[in-house]
Design a protein. Structure first.
Length: 103
């Protein structure tokens, strides 16, 4: 009989193609694997950028630039541990930084 965490895992995967149970993913670290997540930019960054957009009363940016990489951690995560993103709205700019390299 599967352990409860494995049962939760099967239910949690929803419509995504099934992957074997891994105890370092569920319930939170799924964000760092491309099969289910989008890294920190779309995990928490989305909320920060939305607040900035609302405060600045802007809609879509004219351009977005981002630079980053894996500089600190040597684990099985599939996304950057450091990312700096700039959203250009013409006369307004929003910068967002994710730095997981410090823990």
């Amino acid at each position: 009989m599967p352990v409860p965490a494995q049962l939760d895992w099967d239910l949690w995967q929803g419509p995504a193609p099934r992957r074997p149970y891994m105890d370092n993913i569920h319930p939170y670290n799924w964000h760092w694997f491309k099969h289910w997540g989008t890294g920190e930019a779309l995990n928490n960054g989305t909320h920060s950028i939305d607040l900035c957009r609302w405060a600045l009363e802007v809609d879509y940016p004219k351009s977005v630039t981002a630079t980053g990489g894996r500089y600190q951690f040597k684990d099985d995560w599939q996304f950057y541990d450091t990312l700096v993103t700039s959203f250009d709205y013409g006369d307004k700019t929003v910068s967002w930084k994710a730095n997981r390299a410090t823990g």
